[in-house]
Design a protein around this ligand. Structure first.
Ligand code: FMN
Length: 195
């Protein structure tokens, strides 16, 4: 039996909920941009693991009728603040602008939890006219949605969020190297292979 050394990356969990696909697409873009494997779960369609086994947990949600998804809100309320060594981040897609979105987050997420997120980005959003039901159109009317704002998603903010996560990963790597240098303890996982 041989042993090989397998480098242990920052373990990243990304949990999202998406009505018409904006958050899902942002989540996929982030997975592409972050140079480390990301485990991605759509909370509406799969069982989501606990954040405890991860180094970083990212939440992706959107605003509908002045609230974020209940599923994400309940998960966040039940599992956060996460343990101190875990980096937590949140991104939110919406169309009414940052000030409104910040108010929504402050209403839906307990203050101490919101404060515990190291990275928060309000990304803007997209309204897909073809996907709107009659009820959707009624809601948009009620929130005084202005049709000149069909697409406000800011790709630079997506890139910025990914860069922040990469920086956290670099910090973790530096910490590992420091521990290795000063204690001799190796933070690599030995993986058995067949002869
Ligand atoms: C029915 C409906 C209601 C919405 N309500 C809000 C709202 O209250 N505030 C807001 O900022 N954006 C609102 N939006 C905009 C969404 O947050 C935006 O379209 C976002 O990109 C949706 O992402 P998702 O498709 O991944 O869920 C609404 C969109 C729809 C279709």
């Amino acid at each position: 039996m041989k042993f090989i050394l397998e480098y242990v990356y920052m373990k990243i969990l990304l949990i999202y909920s998406s009505w018409h696909g904006t958050v899902k697409n942002v989540a996929k873009d982030l997975r592409e941009l972050i140079g480390v494997p990301v485990e991605m779960y759509d909370i509406e369609h799969s069982e989501v693991p606990s954040p405890d086994e991860y180094d970083c947990v990212i939440f992706g949600c959107s605003v509908h009728d002045r609230h974020i998804q209940e599923s994400i809100r309940d998960y966040i309320t039940g599992h956060c603040p996460v343990k101190k060594h875990i980096v937590a981040g949140l991104f939110c897609c919406s169309i009414l602008g940052d000030e409104e979105t910040q108010d929504v987050l402050e209403r839906d997420i307990p203050a101490e939890v919101l404060k515990s997120f190291k990275i928060v980005e309000l990304m803007g959003g997209i309204i897909y006219a073809k996907k709107l039901s009659f009820v959707d159109r009624r809601i948009l009317k009620l929130i005084s949605f202005d049709e000149s704002r069909m697409k406000t998603l800011d790709i630079l903010k997506v890139r910025k969020f990914a860069r922040h996560i990469e920086e956290e990963n670099l910090l973790m790597e530096k910490e590992r190297d420091y521990i290795l240098k000063h204690t001799g303890r190796v933070h690599y996982k030995a993986k058995k292979t067949d002869p």
